[in-house]
Each structure stands twice: as structure tokens, then as C-alpha cells.
Design a protein. Structure first.
Length: 454
């Protein structure tokens, strides 16, 4: 028996050090090293994959003609890139109470009702709690097996007996493998448990869902390597107080990582939102200043969303800038461009920017709408009610072309908008679209005038 000794493991990159350091020597992150027990030789991750295969010509391998497994929930299938790929590992992260277990229980029940055997391993809740949730959601399929267990070895045993066609682990932070001594939730435990589970699902061609906790700053708890090990990383987001939830792919080996699914949290579970644009615009304050509508492309579809701004004189001291839903630094950059190129004085103002509905937008095409909302509130003039806005803003104050102009314009038209302020360079792509006036702008100064003019 080798004597256990202490090592320090980085919770961000998984690197190790024999003594505690303020900064990780591998990834240079601050304050990420945590103490862990380690007994002698460490097994390398994914070692379980070795020893079984041999080199095979690529033409003899199974290909994409094997159909994906549909979850029965359209929005989930879309985010996964058209359904679950056999043998793939999917990590789903989200804040406490956002609805991860609810979503996966719905996926599990749907799959079970379609005749698949599903193994739902719960390390957080008792089997009874899962049953109560399932009753509330309105289904109790016979082929859905709930297993309250945290030991990976026993889960694998159960899995080889039950031969499920899908395995769900809720959550990866609560399970442990006997081969690692440290506590569940620790870096090496999470990494090794995940490695064993993933290797098992690869070799058996069984898809695997892992629920992951997130840290205070919103990134997945546990080692970054976890994100590399799985095939797909999904985030389940939303504001607790809002009933809307957004499922977003941040990494996907089998589909676009820009895709987005929208749900509404109800008593009876998560409902798919058929027309997200309609929902995001529902509570829009028409006729008040500081609100701009943009047409944003998320994955394969366009969405109309409202961007709100509040610009008010700073009472004292340094002006505040608070940004929710778009990139903070981009907003600062847009403020600088507005000051320098259009001559709108913002240095003495507090600025608050928010994307309505709890969405997060990270494409540059929303720039122009952020500017529109700020200018509108600054001048205290409402943007014309049937006008939508999109375009990237450059440092020279130029409006740059964006991708998918036609699809953005069509979405705006579908929701009853009659005017769209957009990059001039995109006008040639939208010639065929009738019934909506497209105003092409190439300079921020001109754009600002057209937000209000009729
Ligand atoms: N009886 C109920 N009626 C309506 N909504 C409920 C009810 N019970 C729970 N919910 C909703 O479900 C949410 C909790 O969902 P769930 O347990 O799936 O979250 P989770 O992401 O798995 O959380 P955790 O990280 O704690 O496991 C609650 O925040 C609430 O919105
Ligand atoms: Mg849960
Ligand atoms: Zn590190």
C-alpha cells in the first residue's frame, strides 16, 4: 500500500503541483489549485479505451447512415444537431434550479415512451423525488429505470445487466469511481469518473448524458478537460424569475455550436416555444425611448430580440456601465465610436444595457441595435415602432455587412416590421423581398438619423 500524499490540482486545467501556489503553473489561472489526496500511481484518463481495438480502414467503419436517436423534443434535437448520435457523450451545465433534471427527465421519459430502455442515475435526489417529479410532468413509462447510486462501478454493473439504450448521470459531481481516492466533486474524481463512463458508452454505443454544476462565474465546475472529453457541451440558461429557458450548444462535434432551443418553464415541465421571436417581443414597451429591436441569427434561425438601454447623467464620481446579455467590452467600444465619430457625449453618463428575456447575444450584428437603444434613450426619442435594426459597427464608424441578411429581414417582416435599418453592403442580397423597406446605411452618423425618421 502506497502512502497517500497530498497534491494540488488545478480546477481549471487539471494540472498538478506538489505544493500550493497562488497561480497554476500550467494555465496561469489564479487561485485554482485545490488540495487532493493521491495514492501512488495515478491512472491516466481514458486508459479504458486501450487494449480492445486495432487499426481499421476508414472505409470499413460505421458511418453516418446510422440514424440519430430523436429525443421527441424538437428544440433539444435541434440543439444537438438533429438528434442524439449513438455512443456520444453530452454534458449539460446550468445554474442550480434552472431545470437540468427536469429537462433530462423529460428527455428520458420521451425516449422510454418510444420504446428505449433508459437508465437514470441520480446522485443528488432520492428515487422518490424523481418519481414525484415524473408524476408532476405526467408520465411514468415502464422502461425508464431510476437508480439512486453514486458509485460508478455499480452503475456500470447495473448498465451491463439492464443494457439501456441511453444513460443519464445526474450529476457528474456527485459520482465517484473506486479507483480514485479523492472525494466526489474533486477534480481528479470528476475527470476519472467521466473518463470511465465515456469509455463505457463509446464501447457499448450507448449515448451518455452528464449533468454538470456551474461555478459562481457561470463556467462548468470541475476540470476544463471535462469539456474536451465529451462530444457536446450544452448550457441551460435563463433567469430564475423568468419562465424562459434557453438551451445552447457551446461545443458540438456533431452539429453547429451556435444552435439554440427555447423553452418555457411551466408546472407541467418545460414546454417548447414554437415562435421565440413572438415571445421575446411580447412585453416590449412600444413608444418608449431606449428600446431597439434587432434580428439576430442564432444557429440556423433568426430571432427578433429587444435590446434596452438606460443612459442617465452620473450623479457623482466615475460613470457606471452595466451590461447584461451582450459583451461588456463591445459596449464600451460602441460608446467610444459614438463619441468620436458621431459626437454624442456619453462620458458623463451611467449606461445600462440589457437584452430582454434573459437571452445572451454574442454576434457583432447586434452592434447597431445596441447603439440605437443608447442613442434613443440619450436623446429621449423612441425608435419608430415598426423599425428593426441590425449591422456590425466598426471603429471608423462604418457599418459593416453581416451574414444572413435575407433571413434577418424575413424574420422582421414576418413579425410585422415595415422598416429595417441595415448595412448598405447587404442590400444586394435582399432584392427579392417585398413588403418591407430596407434602409441601407454605411456610416453610423446616417444610421442614427434613420432610427427615428419616417
Ligand atoms: N411544483 C412545481 N411547479 C412548477 N415548477 C416547479 C415545481 N417544482 C419545481 N419547479 C421548477 O423546476 C425548477 C427546478 O428544476 P430542476 O430540479 O430540474 O433544476 P436543476 O437544474 O436540476 O437543479 P439542481 O441543480 O438543484 O439539480 C424550479 O426552479 C422551478 O422553476
Ligand atoms: Mg437537478
Ligand atoms: Zn491550470
Amino acid at each position: 500500500m502506497v502512502k497517500a500524499r497530498l497534491i494540488y490540482v488545478c480546477s481549471s486545467c487539471g494540472g498538478t503541483s506538489s505544493k500550493w501556489l497562488g497561480r497554476c503553473p500550467s494555465c496561469s489561472e489564479w487561485n485554482t489549485l485545490v488540495e487532493e489526496k493521491c495514492s501512488g500511481e495515478r491512472r491516466k484518463g481514458l486508459v479504458v479505451l486501450s487494449g480492445k481495438g486495432r487499426p481499421v480502414p476508414i472505409s470499413e467503419l460505421k458511418g453516418s447512415n446510422e440514424a440519430r436517436i430523436t429525443t421527441g423534443i424538437g428544440e433539444v434535437d435541434r440543439v444537438l444537431g438533429g438528434g442524439i448520435v449513438h455512443g456520444s457523450a453530452i454534458l449539460i451545465g446550468g445554474e442550480p434550479g434552472i431545470g437540468k433534471s427536469t429537462l433530462l427527465l423529460q428527455v428520458a421519459s420521451n425516449l422510454a415512451e418510444l420504446g428505449n430502455r433508459v437508465l437514470y442515475v441520480t446522485g443528488e435526489e432520492s428515487a422518490r423525488q424523481i418519481r414525484i417529479r415524473a408524476e408532476r410532468l405526467g408520465f411514468l413509462p415502464d422502461t425508464l429505470f431510476v437508480y439512486p447510486e453514486t458509485c460508478i462501478e455499480r452503475v456500470l454493473e447495473a448498465s451491463s445487466e439492464l443494457k439501456p439504450s441511453i444513460i443519464i448521470i445526474d450529476s457528474i459531481q456527485t459520482v465517484f469511481t473506486e479507483t480514485v481516492e479523492s472525494a466526489p466533486g474533486s477534480v481528479s474524481q470528476v475527470r476519472e469518473s467521466a473518463a470511465v463512463l465515456i469509455a463505457n458508452s463509446r464501447s457499448g454505443d450507448v449515448p451518455l448524458f452528464l449533468v454538470g454544476h456551474v461555478t459562481k462565474d457561470g463556467s462548468l465546475a470541475g476540470p476544463r478537460v471535462l469539456e474536451h472529453m465529451v462530444d457536446t457541451v450544452l448550457y441551460f440558461e435563463g433567469e430564475q424569475s423568468h419562465q424562459f429557458r434557453v438551451l445552447r450548444a457551446v461545443k458540438n462535434r456533431y452539429g453547429s455550436s451556435m444552435e439554440l432551443g427555447v423553452f418555457e418553464m411551466k408546472d407541467s415541465g418545460l414546454m417548447e416555444v414554437e415562435d421565440p421571436s413572438m415571445v421575446f417581443l411580447a412585453d416590449r414597451p412600444v413608444g418608449s425611448s431606449g428600446s431597439a429591436i434587432t434580428s439576430s441569427i442564432e444557429g440556423t434561425r433568426s430571432l427578433l430580440v429587444e435590446i434596452q438601454a438606460l443612459v442617465s447623467p452620473t450623479p457623482f464620481g466615475v460613470p457606471r456601465r452595466t451590461v447584461v446579455g451582450v459583451d461588456y467590452n463591445r459596449v464600451l467600444l460602441l460608446c467610444a465610436v459614438l463619441e468620436k465619430r458621431v459626437g454624442i457625449e456619453l462620458a458623463g453618463s451611467d449606461i445600462y444595457i440589457k437584452v430582454a428575456g434573459g437571452l445572451k447575444l454574442d454576434e457583432p450584428a447586434v452592434d447597431l441595435a445596441v447603439v440605437a437603444a443608447m442613442v434613443s434613450n440619450h436623446l429621449d426619442k423612441a425608435i419608430e415602432a415598426k423599425t428593426a435594426v441590425f449591422g456590425e459597427v466598426g471603429l471608423a464608424g462604418e457599418i459593416r455587412a453581416v451574414s444572413g441578411a435575407a433571413s434577418r429581414l424575413k424574420e422582421a417582416k414576418r413579425l410585422g416590421f415595415t422598416r429595417v435599418v441595415m448595412p448598405k453592403d447587404n442590400l444586394k442580397e435582399i432584392k427579392g423581398i417585398k413588403g418591407v423597406e430596407a434602409i441601407g446605411v454605411s456610416l453610423l452618423g446616417d444610421a442614427v438619423d434613420s432610427f427615428f425618421a419616417l
